[in-house]
Design a protein around this ligand. Structure first.
Ligand code: SAM
Length: 278
């Protein structure tokens, strides 16, 4: 049986939409393009071309995975962050576009030389900053050895593995020294909000990457009292937050003795990054 690109897209979109996948047309396009090893935009130009049966079988497998709400980035094995491609698997958080706000803030204040990334996941923050600043050296930690393995792949892919030291650590436990820039996108979803998450997130992303339990603020409470020891005197610490957490997180760092604590917004105008200085 031969199927043209347009027909494959129409059928797949309906199939995914019927399964409850939002933006089914966008996902169908990305998945078919990945199966055909081309850019999604190219599909518009080749709508009448036949999809090779082997490619169609691959596409069918992708659709079956998406129908079970597996995130697209996990199915195609990665996603772009700050213009670079990162390997993504079920062992790491699927990087969110709003986390680019943290990179944007860091770049506005940089360059920095000694960087610490707490809870690195796929390595997006440490690897991006090391790639942007040729003189920077980073330590990037995560409690998950599986995440450290993925972050290592990403550091190698972006040619920064000689400047990014990836280690398994429970927050600061295995960290020594002082840093000019400390970045972290810690787990911050409240326990009560976990049930409301979409199945893509709840069923497919690592629990440890999503929530510290309780009110979602526990990680900031752990990090704040230890920050003074690890942050250089003229250093900067940047933390991603949930958009309703600004006031609470500012209070946590002020209570830990930091006078200079500010909140900035993401592109959607929501509170997203807390900046802490001594
Ligand atoms: C929200 S994810 C952020 C991942 C990545 N930095 C990003 O922005 O996509 C939080 C990360 O913190 C890690 N983590 C959770 N608890 C930790 C702990 N006690 N010590 C170190 N890392 C931890 C998780 O494994 C996860 O990779």
């Amino acid at each position: 049986m031969s199927v043209a690109v347009n027909e494959a897209l129409t059928t797949a979109t309906k199939w995914l939409a019927d399964a409850g996948i939002p933006n089914a047309d966008v996902d169908a396009r990305i998945l078919l393009a990945h199966a055909m090893d081309c850019e999604p935009s190219r599909l518009m130009l080749i709508g009448d071309e036949e999809v090779h049966p082997e490619v169609f079988r691959t596409f069918d497998g992708y659709l079956a995975a998406r129908e079970k709400f597996q995130p697209v980035s996990q199915i195609i094995g990665g996603r772009e962050f700050w213009g670079r491609w990162f390997v993504i698997t079920p062992d790491v958080l699927d990087p969110r576009p709003e986390t680019e706000s943290l990179i944007e803030t860091a770049l506005q204040h940089g360059p920095f030389q000694r960087i610490l990334d707490l809870g690195t996941g796929s390595g997006i923050l440490a690897v991006t900053l090391a790639a942007e600043w040729a003189d920077a050296r980073a330590i990037a930690i995560d409690i998950s050895s599986e995440a450290i393995a993925i972050a290592t792949k990403n550091a190698v892919a972006h040619d920064v593995s000689d400047r990014v030291n990836l280690i398994v650590s429970n927050w600061f436990d295995a960290v020594a020294g002082q840093f000019d820039l400390i970045v972290s996108n810690p787990p911050y979803i409240a326990a009560a909000e976990m049930a409301e998450l979409s199945p893509d997130v709840r069923n497919w992303e690592p629990f440890l990457a999503l929530t510290p339990g309780g009110d979602g603020l526990e990680t900031y409470r752990i990090i704040a009292p230890m920050l003074n020891e690890f942050l250089a005197d003229d250093g900067l610490a940047l933390f991603e937050i949930g958009h309703t957490q600004g006031t609470d997180v500012v209070e946590i760092f002020k209570t830990a003795g930091f006078a200079n604590v500010t909140v900035s917004q993401d592109l959607g105008g929501k509170d997203r990054v807390v900046a802490v200085k001594k």
